[in-house]
Design a protein around this ligand. Structure first.
Ligand SMILES: [Fe+2]
Ligand SMILES: [Fe+2]
Length: 177
């Protein structure tokens, strides 16, 4: 049963010639690209809010463990920005417009922007751990939904997800010290 795979190259070649303007989006793309673009635009919003929150916390943190916590937040912030850029590039590849509109970022993001008091390092760590856990769950669900219908977007999300899990683990280590 496993060797009945026949690749109909003639059909694929004909399909590829149609809708050339769609670039990388071909007939074998297995999901509604508009829906994927919307989801990725919410990922961009989520990552931008995470960047804002980590940056704010890194700058305002005070107290005895300030340096270590601020360094970790700054590193995470840089990675969140990269995640937003990677999601935006994928939106563009899919023929969409990346949405960085600040007017709607907070509403579209899966996580919240928070402002704990500067000396509440533990509270800051907890807010960021909660955000990472929300991001991990939502990206896992997107990955499961995409399944094998858009492997490139799925792998992008999987690669980002791996870093979000590292972020959660880093924060857990800091909370433990
Ligand atoms: Fe991220
Ligand atoms: Fe993260």
């Amino acid at each position: 049963m496993s060797d009945d795979f026949v690749l109909d190259v003639t059909r694929i070649r004909e399909d590829a010639r149609r809708k050339m303007e769609a670039g990388p989006v071909t007939d074998s793309y297995g999901v509604d690209s508009e829906r994927v673009i919307d989801i990725l635009n919410d990922v961009i919003a989520t990552e931008m809010v995470c960047w804002l929150r980590y940056t704010r916390h890194a700058i305002s943190a005070t107290g005895i463990d300030r340096a270590q916590v601020a360094a970790e937040f700054t590193e995470h912030a840089a990675q969140e920005m990269q995640h937003a850029m990677r999601a935006a590039e994928r939106v563009s590849q899919l023929g969409g417009e990346p949405d960085f509109d600040p007017a709607t970022l907070a509403r579209r993001a899966h996580t919240d922007y928070t402002t704990p008091s500067p000396n509440e390092l533990k509270e800051m760590l907890e807010h960021n751990l909660l955000a990472e856990r929300i991001v991990i769950s939502s990206y896992q669900e997107i990955v499961r939904w995409l399944a094998d219908r858009d492997p490139t977007t799925r792998r992008l999300l999987e690669s980002i997800l791996e870093e979000e899990e590292e972020h959660a683990d880093d924060i857990l280590d800091l909370l433990g010290t």
